[in-house]
Design a protein around this ligand. Sequence first.
Ligand SMILES: [Fe+2]
Ligand SMILES: [Fe+2]
Length: 330
Amino acid sequence: MYTTDFSRQTQSDASPGPAEDAAQNDRFQARIDADQTIEPKDWMPAAYRKTLIRQMSQHAHSEVVGMLPEANWITRAPTLKRKAILLAKVQDEGGHGLYLYSAAETLGVSRDDMIDALHKGKAKYSSIFNYPTLTWADIGAVGWLVDGAAIMNQVPLQRCSYGPYARAMVRICKEESFHQRQGFEIMATLMKGTDAQKAMAQDALDRWWWPSLMMFGPSDDNSPNSAQSMKWRIKRNSNDELRQKFVDVTAPQAEAIGLVVPDPDLSWNEARGHYDFGDIDWDEFFAVIAGDGPCNADRMAARRRAHDEGAWVRRAALAYDRKTRAKAAA
Ligand SMILES: [Fe+2]
Ligand SMILES: [Fe+2]
């Protein structure tokens, strides 16, 4: 997934750069309004570039950090088949990170700098990956809910105004659909099992439901940059619209397999044609993105360690590249 909108913290991003001329800006906006894509070599406002770099790098970091909670269960998957599926899924997420780092590099930022910002705690990633995966059912809940929320967010991004981002999303969305299905299938299988398996599935839903709703970011009245992102067609739907869509799709799925969504206020509203649902604990959300979630320190330590331990691979790749070029030159 996973582009949580953290725009509450960056209110100054949308102000136009002083050196930009109004005519250029108007031509740019006209292209956006005509649904043309913006490509790397095209002129773009500095604030548009900055917003995209922030969003795409956060998205890439989320894919890569998101591998950690699931990798936790690869060695303990209950069957060989489950292990193979989970391995494939976690590898997909690594691939999503690579497409997104590459797409973000077309905006003039280097992958090294983006990764450095993550490791120094300057760049964010989705709050959801700071929660632990305690049981096998959590792998089902993550696929079903977290990848499910990711799809809601990413399908409209296929029509994002920035071409490289939109194109990266097409393949990512196909893979996310597989992730969501495999997660739901794990939950459905557990719900056909013993009482202990049913209780494990319910416990996983109880812990992942609210953090999944938080993945869509702050409510619309607390998301001041959303309007600018919508005007630029980086974003096509508001946070609350996407969250509602997710609840509308997911609540009947829970019911279909006998799970109870942990929200006493959840009920179908015939007049609105949508589910009503309870209030989100935004204090928890902002605490987790500020670094106080249950696993923030572990996740960052794991990423830094992986980067350090991979240094020899990067050095070897560079040495090989130098050798190949020297040979070609000779
Ligand atoms: Fe992904
Ligand atoms: Fe995924």
